[in-house]
Design a protein around this ligand. Structure first.
Ligand code: ZN
Length: 106
């Protein structure tokens, strides 16, 4: 077994486990049941893979997954058109006023 990710909360740990399993990598979440238990220090949930030989592949998938969810958050944020200064909602990819495309997240 190999640790592939320490999650900030159980939801994230289970999302990553689900993603890994969808890719055919058997994995487990540890520590999620202890999270936030009354009177206990919170223990961060961890995601482990059962087959160590898949570690490099799993690492890459986790990084891509985390980047993807960061990009998703970004998409829902409001943005300002760099050309005309119009405030736009996150779902717009181009300024509706002047047509300038939104800058990609770096
Ligand atoms: Zn504009």
């Amino acid at each position: 077994m190999k640790l592939v990710h320490t999650a900030k909360h159980p939801t994230e740990a289970h999302l990553i486990k689900g993603m890994l399993e969808a890719e055919g990598i058997r994995s487990i979440v540890r520590g999620d049941q202890l999270y936030g238990a009354y009177g206990e220090l919170p223990i961060l949930p961890t995601v482990w893979i059962l087959d160590d030989t898949l570690a490099a592949h799993a690492d890459r998938l986790v990084i891509e997954f985390l980047r993807g969810s960061a990009a998703q958050r970004y998409r829902h944020e409001r943005w300002t058109c760099p050309r005309c200064g119009e405030m736009l909602e996150g779902q717009f990819t181009d300024c509706w006023k002047c047509g300038t495309p939104r800058a990609r997240p770096s």
